[in-house]
Design a protein around this ligand. Sequence first.
Ligand code: FHN
Length: 439
Amino acid sequence: MKRLILLFALLLGAAGARAQEGYVPAPENLAARGQFAADRFGVFIHWGLYAQPGQGEWVMQQKNLDYREYARLANSFYPSKFDARAWVRAIKAGGARYITITSRHHDGFSLFRSAATPYNAVDGTPFGRDILAELAQACREEGIRLHFYYSHVDWGRTDYWPRGRTGHGTGRPDGKEGDWAHYQAFMKAQLTELLTQYGPVGAIWFDGLWDHDSQPREAQPGIWGLYDQYALIHRLQPGCLIGNNHHLDPFPGEDIQIFEKDVPGENEAGFSGTAGVSRLPLETCQTMNNSWGYNITDRRYKSADELVRYLVRTASKGANLLLNIGPRPDGTLPEEALARLEEMGKWLAVNGESIYGTQAGSIPEQPWGVTTQKENKLYLHLFRPQPELTLELPGKVRSAVLLADGTPVSFKQKKGTVTLTIPEPTAATPDRVVTLEFR
Ligand code: FHN
């Protein structure tokens, strides 16, 4: 059976690949790519029924919870304090320019009204409200872009067959009700809803392809029906970007490349092993503590200073940071997350010029910090105090100032090197930025 599906997938993949080889991003799509790259900072929201047990979004898999029993969590889904506008305002004040929310994660529960399944926030819970609709409206009002995460894996649907490497302990009958074609049709129906019910969608962020990574890379588009899904999305909203967290080189039809817990090119978390860094706009997703979904015992939050420097390091590689928050079951964002957002927002309010709309810096990472650049400016991000700095720079420097307050930085330039004398810091900061302007 598995062999047959693989053969079928390879055939479908080959046909789809031919169609996708001719993928020419629409002008709206190219403009959206530019906007996305300029945004540089987004907030990821992992939220669903799993917030209630408070052990992260993999609880169903990790504890082998029966899919029928797990689904009962929908009966107590009543996030009485959910306030989309409060979320969006806090995220915007934190300096983020877009939000990516889990419309449906691997547990299979949809946060939005869906005619394709009653297992959703509107039809399947006492709350009865469409989380995505409320968030979309708040985002529109606050002028912040909205992206949807969409899981390819499903641990609760009986038609998800053959199984991949996860979801074997959730009590589903092996294969008896399996129907991969039905599952694919279900995903297309839901994607159509996401692209037609909530106004402009900034991006669809796929996840879970790795569930079938026992099959070769070439088989993946056919297995998942990727090219069909990509064509559908681009037909419904040409400006909607497609990203897929498959940890592989991008497939045709994808508009952004995603790195999980890795600054592009580093493979620090080990997810990006075989993926090179493409020329597409790049995005690194990262947790604030060590969990994506709400985890009641996870207090290992990175400090605000570390997070600012992580954002700056991703920007210095020409990538966006998508920083995660796992809301509580009552709908509130944890105070720890809010406090960190606030600090990041304060730093960005002063130093945002060196992040938004910039490109990777021409000087690679140094013991003192990193660089970003925009037009005729090079931003030196000093992660630690640096009284004097000598750089090899071909261009002619016109001025050097501290970005925070415009204090001049004295410099001497000769034979392709610039030596800067940097005033002593008067207050603590995670990253002191010096702007060099070139002639
Ligand atoms: O399994 C998911 C996980 O729950 C989370 O959503 C992250 C976010 O990048 N992606 C998957 C793991 O690769």
